[in-house]
Structure formats: structure tokens, C-alpha cells
Ligand binder design. Structure first.
Ligand SMILES: Cc1ncc(COP(=O)(O)O)c(C=O)c1O
Length: 377
């Protein structure tokens, strides 16, 4: 872990506060801020010609970096302003005529289910979580059947921090003839990804959290073999291979995943996301995982020693970067801690703490000591 400590100095936030909330919003680094400044300089100096001179190229470079990080090809990556937008474009291209169900779990982030809740002609099948911490494979077996078109779930649960065995979940989907989508917003960065090894058909992630790039830059992976048959009806002129002809009567989807893109791209988001991704790639997913795993183990041990109710799996291989403490009034605890400069967040009944490679064991200790001192349980 010590070899990553030099990166800490790149995050001014960490000098000011004890920041343990990367699962909500990763900290801003000096180099990411410089990239966003550069975007503003280009805007100032080049005006609209910045699109052609640099920005379109920067979007392509970003798709390439994302592909490298997740074991995909650049042609398999589409940029989107949010996971919701990516899912809505993808969902508009899927065929629910013969199979009308989407299997998802009670522990998934709401936007995954919401897409299909509102979609005429589709129904949800819920995989249950009996312990409220993880979703057992048996629950997926019960939720998936001959009417399942898609199984959509996250590798890392945003609300408990539990990690699913995505190969096993994907196999359940594929054995039933359904397609498989991984929402990896809480995994990518903190847990290495190989979309091919995971055998997912679709994959979404974004820059906000563990990829340290700030708001408004998300990514959709679509397996190469599936792209030609998918024709999103939630679309925009950036999905058109002839976009720069400006011929209003001519629309033909890009042959690659850009067919899932919409309109004008948020370049401030791209600038930040791309610079932050350089740091993530420079450190490497394996070192990020090891450093975070160590901090998470340290935090869980300290919390258990102090008799807090840990609501994250005990098995290290079932954890990523999120540690949850069950509490009476987690909103109050979050506020009290914030007044002491300790930043965490909360979900119903739970305090959510998310150390990342730039944090230290001393910061974990400070958090636990503050909770004890204020008798917050
Ligand atoms: C697992 C997961 N998926 C998706 C999202 C957010 O999606 P969107 O980009 O649509 O806001 C979050 C954000 O907290 C998340 O934790």
C-alpha cells in the first residue's frame, strides 16, 4: 500500500477533510482539475473549432482508455452522460416481443429497474435478498425463466458493498437463453474487470466514483457480436455514421457502439474523466484493488472490535470498496461526522463508508473513534 501514498498529495480535498465517500463521488485530483482547466482554455481560445481540432479526438481517446480498463475493444464502447441514459438507449434496442421479463434484484441501484418498470410491454422479475446483504444464486435461479429477456444487476451492491460472482450469475442468464447486463458503477476502478471473462453482453460504468473523473461521463459496453442487430430508437445525431454530412434525410447507425450515443457530448466531463482515467490506468486495477482491500479489511476489523453492526459481507472476496454500518439514525451520524470534517454518507438504516487507495488506516481509526465518542450506533 505504501507505494500508492505518493498519490495522496495529488488530492487537495484530503488535506482538508477525512474523505471516506468515494462510492458517492471520487475525490478531485490536481491533474483532473488541470485537464478541466485545459478544456476551458480550448473553449476560450479555439471556440467552436475546438470540436474538430481536439474534442472529437478526446472522446475517441476516452473510449479507448475505457476499453483498455475493462478488457474490451474501443469499438465496443459508447459514451453516455449517465448510466440512465446508456440504459435507456440500450433498452430501446432490445427485443421484448417474445420474452418480456427483466430479472433484477432488490439490492440493485434503482435506475436499473426503473428503465424497465416504465417500458410498455416489459415486466420485472425480482431476485430476493433474504439477508438484506447479498443476492444468493438461488434467488437468481428463481427469478429467471423462459420469459426472461435480460438479467440486469450490479457486480458490487451500492447499498451493502457485497460483490456478486458475475460469471455464475451470467451463466444462469445465458443457460435460460437470456442476455446479461452488468452495472459496474461500484466496481470499475476498485475491482479489476474483464468483460469477456465475465461473459456479459452489456456493461455500464461511469466516472463519478471509483474512476475519479467527476460528473457526467458514463460508458456502455456492448459485445461486438451483438452490435449489428441492435437498433436503438432512443437516439440522436451522434449515433448517425453520416453525422457530419448534415443531411437531414440520411440516417445510418454507426457500425460500432457509437450507435448508442445521443447528442452533443459534455466535454468538461470528458476532460476530467479522461485525465482521471490516466491515473487509474497508471496505478493499475490490481494495485487499486489490493490497496482498497487492505483498508476495507482494516475498517471492518476496527468496526467489529468496537462492536458496530457491520452490514457488509464478512468474507473478503465478497467485498469491494464499500463498508456499511447498520445504525439507528445514519443521517444524523453523517451530519455529526461532517461537522468534524469526516465525510461519509448514508442509505436507509446504514452508514456507508468507502475508503479508497488515497485513504489511510489512521483515517479509519479517526472515524471509529468519532462514532464512539458521539455514541452513534
Ligand atoms: C450501481 C449504480 N448504478 C448507477 C448509478 C447512477 O446512475 P446514473 O449515472 O444514471 O445517475 C449509481 C450511482 O449511485 C450506482 O451506484
Amino acid at each position: 500500500m505504501a507505494d500508492l501514498s505518493r498519490y495522496r498529495a495529488e488530492f487537495p480535498t484530503l488535506e482538508r477533510v477525512t474523505y471516506l465517500n468515494s462510492c458517492s463521488l471520487g475525490a478531485l485530483s490536481v491533474r483532473t482539475r488541470a485537464a478541466i482547466d485545459q478544456y476551458m482554455d480550448d473553449w476560450t481560445q479555439l471556440g467552436a473549432s475546438a470540436w474538430y481540432e481536439t474534442w472529437v479526438g478526446e472522446i475517441a481517446a476516452l473510449r479507448g482508455k475505457v476499453a483498455r480498463l475493462i478488457g474490451a475493444r474501443p469499438e465496443e464502447i459508447a459514451w453516455a452522460p449517465s448510466v440512465s441514459a446508456a440504459l435507456s438507449s440500450l433498452g430501446s434496442a432490445l427485443d421484448f416481443a417474445t420474452r418480456d421479463e427483466v430479472a433484477t434484484s432488490e439490492l440493485d441501484f434503482p435506475t436499473v429497474a426503473n428503465q424497465f418498470q416504465v417500458k410498455p410491454g416489459t415486466k420485472l422479475a425480482w431476485a430476493a435478498s433474504p439477508d438484506g446483504i447479498r443476492v444468493p444464486l438461488d434467488s437468481w435461479r428463481k427469478a429467471v425463466g423462459p420469459r426472461t429477456a435480460l438479467l440486469a444487476t450490479s457486480r458490487v451492491c451500492y447499498t451493502t458493498g457485497s460483490v456478486q460472482d458475475m460469471r455464475a450469475v451470467g451463466r444462469i442468464a445465458h443457460d435460460a437463453g437470456a442476455q446479461f447486463l452488468c452495472d459496474d458503477y461500484q466496481g470499475t476502478g476498485v475491482a479489476p474487470v474483464d468483460v469477456r471473462a465475465m461473459d456479459c453482453d452489456f456493461f455500464v460504468t461511469g466516472s463519478l466514483k471509483w474512476l475519479l473523473g467527476g460528473t457526467g461521463s458514463c460508458y456502455l459496453y456492448v459485445k461486438k457480436e451483438l452490435i449489428p442487430e441492435l437498433r436503438p430508437t432512443h437516439t440522436g445525431w451522434w449515433a448517425n455514421a453520416h453525422m457530419f454530412d448534415f443531411d437531414v434525410k440520411r440516417f445510418a447507425y454507426w457500425a460500432d457502439a457509437r450507435r448508442f450515443e445521443g447528442g452533443e457530448v459534455n466535454m468538461a466531463g470528458v476532460a476530467g474523466a479522461s485525465a482521471a482515467l490516466d491515473m487509474v490506468l497508471e496505478i493499475g486495477p490490481e494495485r487499486l484493488r489490493r490497496a482498497t482491500e487492505e483498508l476495507v479489511r482494516d475498517l471492518v476489523e476496527r468496526a467489529e472490535d468496537a462492536k458496530f453492526a457491520v452490514g457488509t459481507p464478512h468474507e473478503p472476496e465478497q467485498r469491494a470498496g464499500i463498508v456499511v454500518l447498520r445504525m439507528q439514525d445514519p443521517a444524523k451520524a453523517t451530519n455529526v461526522l461532517a461537522q468534524e470534517g469526516i465525510i461519509v454518507d448514508h442509505r436507509p438504516g446504514k452508514l456507508r463508508v468507502s475508503p479508497y487507495f488515497y485513504n489511510t488506516a489512521e483515517e479509519n481509526a479517526k472515524l471509529i473513534a468519532a462514532l464512539q465518542r458521539h455514541r452513534l450506533r
